[in-house]
Design a protein around this ligand. Structure first.
Ligand SMILES: C[S@@+](CC[C@H](N)C(=O)[O-])C[C@H]1O[C@@H](n2cnc3c(N)ncnc32)[C@H](O)[C@@H]1O
Length: 259
């Protein structure tokens, strides 16, 4: 849970993506900064990447040679400033794993800047390998999400996702669970009124733990009005890798709003 974690050996392609693409998408935390400022245009330039030319202007260009291609990031307009490119709000995904949910949200919400926090280097590499173009509206913090939260100003996020967090089943490890009253206090600080907190788990004890703390928290209100509301995902909530694994039991999908 704490610090950078490593799993199976990275492929040469993944290693290359971490060296070339990650630096372009890495979040450089500035305490107190409006998170929309993290989505200013990427620096102009070209970076070599295997297989495909990835263009900052939107379309991937395929080269005849599969051996060498370029990644270009010369955005001509500011995502903050003008028309179609404007980033209107920022969402945070905590522990994005292999990044399929984060990637879907970014593709389907081009005007939302999405910050993903994930200390697991293999997960970050898997997210990077999904890109066919430099993602204008994704920024990555390869580390603890609590560092991101601590650096955010009050009322600066419109949505937060915590999907299938590690359940830490042993009592002596409960303090490692991401959901703690203090963490919810911090989330309540950085989420604006009406912002949504989405949480999913297939681990009944962790679900109970989370509900206990969220229902007791004065700043969060559960949106569910019947069981169907937490038994299934909404259409704008794609399945994650951990949900598909069904490791513990039947998943529940909670949506709370910041009061
Ligand atoms: C069980 S996995 C779920 C991954 C993904 N959300 C999914 O549903 O497939 C939990 C993830 O949370 C990450 N994680 C744990 N503690 C974290 C923290 N403090 N900040 C950010 N990510 C964290 C882990 O590295 C792990 O990849």
């Amino acid at each position: 849970m704490y610090g950078r974690r490593k799993g199976p050996k990275l492929s040469a392609h993944q290693q290359h993506l971490l060296e070339t693409l990650l630096p372009q998408l890495t979040l450089h935390l500035k305490p107190g900064a409006d998170p929309r400022s993290y989505f200013l245009p990427l620096p102009r330039g070209e970076v070599e990447i295997c297989g495909t030319q990835i263009s900052g202007e939107g379309k991937p260009h395929h080269f005849p040679s599969p051996k060498k291609s370029l990644l270009r990031s010369d955005f001509s307009t500011s995502p903050q400033g003008r028309g179609d490119d404007e980033i209107k709000d920022v969402w945070l995904e905590i522990g994005f794993g292999a990044g399929e949910h984060l990637h879907w949200q970014a593709e389907n919400h081009p005007h939302i800047g999405i910050i993903g926090a994930e200390p697991f280097v293999n997960g970050v590499a898997k997210l990077l390998s999904k890109f066919v173009e430099v993602s204008r509206n994704i920024r990555i913090h390869m580390g603890d999400a609590r560092d991101v939260i601590a650096a955010l100003p009050d009322a600066s996020l419109g949505r937060v996702f915590i999907l299938f967090p590690d359940p830490w089943p042993k009592t002596r490890h409960h303090k490692r669970r991401f959901i703690q009253t203090e963490t919810l206090d911090q989330l309540a600080r950085v989420m604006r009124k009406g912002a949504e907190l989405r949480f999913a788990s297939d681990d009944a004890p962790y679900l109970e733990w989370t509900l206990e703390r969220l229902l007791a928290h004065p700043r969060f209100a559960w949106t569910a009005t019947c069981a169907a509301d937490w038994r299934s995902r909404t259409p704008d909530w794609p399945q994650t890798r951990y949900e598909a694994k069904q490791l513990h039991g039947t998943p529940a999908f909670l949506r709370f709003v910041r009061r």
